[in-house]
Design a protein around this ligand. Structure first.
Ligand SMILES: C[S@@+](CC[C@H](N)C(=O)[O-])C[C@H]1O[C@@H](n2cnc3c(N)ncnc32)[C@H](O)[C@@H]1O
Length: 229
């Protein structure tokens, strides 16, 4: 589950998916950066690193009609859940920094996951190996402000080009605010009754992540990346 994106327009999300509106909107915000995704995209193959319980794969399948999707995640429990939830999609338990794809994909997706990896550099190398020359890499994550330059330099040094980028803190902060009160009413209203760890785990408005995103000490970055050819 990601932190979500508040669009103030939930009409693009199916009625049956409204409870996940913010989380789906964040995926759509990132995927809509990819040119052609709404037409030729239907024939693409896609690989999501850090797919969690399959939310992003669900969005690619049901909102963009992408038919050939693979999702990988480190958590076998997540992969078990996703495989039951989306039987047409191939799910694999694997570490994103060591995963060796046996094929190339037209689209690589990675959202709010790489900050947890042992090495972003090794991850980006695996991404590159999974791409052919015209593939797109849709990448989004929280990045400490002081590390931003280093991450972007790493991407460029590996032979990628950043085609588009956007910082989306305001909308993510709005999403956290709305979800905090809706999903975690008591910890939101009476924060002192709950341990700090709980606030961090659920990312309530009293969590450090919320404060840092609000102050922009941590940036929520979205990127569209391609190989430099
Ligand atoms: C915050 S969740 C985001 C899940 C999903 N991308 C989303 O946006 O809803 C982070 C995910 O990254 C996965 N993850 C963490 N370390 C990983 C690694 N080294 N390789 C693959 N997945 C990893 C976790 O298991 C978790 O499912």
């Amino acid at each position: 589950m990601n932190l979500g994106y508040d669009t103030e327009d939930n009409t693009i999300i199916n009625i049956t998916d409204q409870k996940d509106y913010h989380h789906i909107s964040l995926y759509m915000k990132l995927l809509n950066m990819v040119p052609g995704i709404n037409d030729v995209g239907k024939n693409w193959s896609a690989l999501e690193f850090g797919c969690g319980r399959g939310g992003g794969c669900y969005v690619m399948e049901n909102y963009y009609g992408i038919s050939k999707i693979t999702g990988i995640d480190l958590s076998s429990a997540n992969i078990k859940f996703a495989s039951k939830f989306l039987p047409k999609i191939r799910f694999i338990t694997s570490d994103a920094t060591t995963f060796n794809a046996e094929e190339k994909f037209d689209l690589i997706l990675n959202l709010e996951s790489s900050h947890a990896y042992s090495s972003r550099l090794e991850f980006f190398k695996k991404v590159k190996l999974s791409m052919h020359n015209t593939s797109f890499f849709a990448f989004g994550d929280i990045i400490k402000k002081e590390n931003l330059e280093e991450v972007e330099l790493m991407v460029k040094d590996l032979g990628f080009v950043i085609i588009k980028k956007e910082t989306i803190n305001e909308r993510v902060v709005k999403s956290i605010k709305k979800n905090s009160i809706k999903q975690y009413f008591l910890p939101t209203k009476f924060p002192f009754l709950f341990p700090r760890k709980l606030h961090s785990f659920f990312v309530t408005v009293h969590s450090r992540a919320f404060y840092k995103l609000t102050a922009k000490d941590v940036l929520y970055q979205l990127y569209l990346i391609q190989k430099k050819i």
